[in-house]
Design a binder for this molecule. Structure first.
Ligand SMILES: [Zn+2]
Length: 70
């Protein structure tokens, strides 16, 4: 289960936080979820679902390919 985190940065702060799924810059609040021990930041719960559905399986396939070079 994730949690919303309000972004509270000074207006002169130029650091932007992109969504880990769609890459959209998040201005006001982030949907924070810990997946496999890593804190992921999304623009919303929809992106968490997308991330779990598409990005994680893709990543697993790539990791498997890396582990087996043949
Ligand atoms: Zn997103």
């Amino acid at each position: 289960m994730g949690t919303w985190r309000e972004i509270d940065v000074p207006v002169w702060e130029t650091v932007v936080t992109p969504c880990d799924c769609c890459g959209q810059v998040v201005a006001k609040r982030l949907w924070i979820v810990e997946i496999d021990g890593t804190e992921q930041r999304f623009c919303g719960e929809e992106c968490e679902s997308l991330f779990r559905t598409y990005v994680l399986p893709e990543r697993a396939v790539r990791a498997a390919a890396d582990a087996d070079p043949a």
